[in-house]
Design a protein around this ligand. Sequence first.
Ligand code: SF4
Length: 199
Amino acid sequence: MGKRGLKVNRPQRGPLEVFEHRRTLSLTGREQSQLHACFGNRSYSQPMGCVSMTKIGIIICGRYQGCGGGKCFRSLRERHGAFAMYPPEEAVEIVGYSTCGGCPGGNVEYVPEEMKKNGAEVIHLATCFLVGYPPCPSIAQFKAFVGSAYGLPVVIGTHPIPQKYMDRHEQLPFWQDYKVAELAKPLMEEAREIKVAYN
Ligand code: SF4
């Protein structure tokens, strides 16, 4: 039985393979250590037929504070975008959802603590951090800070990047300046038809 006693058919995997089910994440050595710290040998020790649950927190850009979260929740359900890293048979629970608080993003200093207390094992900085004009200038610092302060892996992105934003940003210098290709490799490399479906 898994830690929550849920039974499904699931092959045994190593801890990082849980996160590399469909894509290869660009994780630093520190982030890989954090993933191991969070998940330990859970995947190794789980017997066949058991599933685990991953708890996540999502922080969205304050410029989109009125967003209803439709694309984020849809992509979690469909395991698209950054959520493709979770195997379809693995339960994922959102235990916290908040905005950065608006520029310069002071809420990022505090909300991960509440999310962690509520069980969050991974923090997602939503795709809106990347697609706005300009993208969030502090995204790399936020990722570094949350990882350092709370010991949680930080994934940049939630839902796929809508193709219309891809098209516009290709005409602009921001993503190159912000090294988005490195920060959000899985999102950038996602199939075009999926990006179009999220327009
Ligand atoms: S641009 Fe960055 S700091 Fe400003 S509201 Fe968006 S996420 Fe927050």
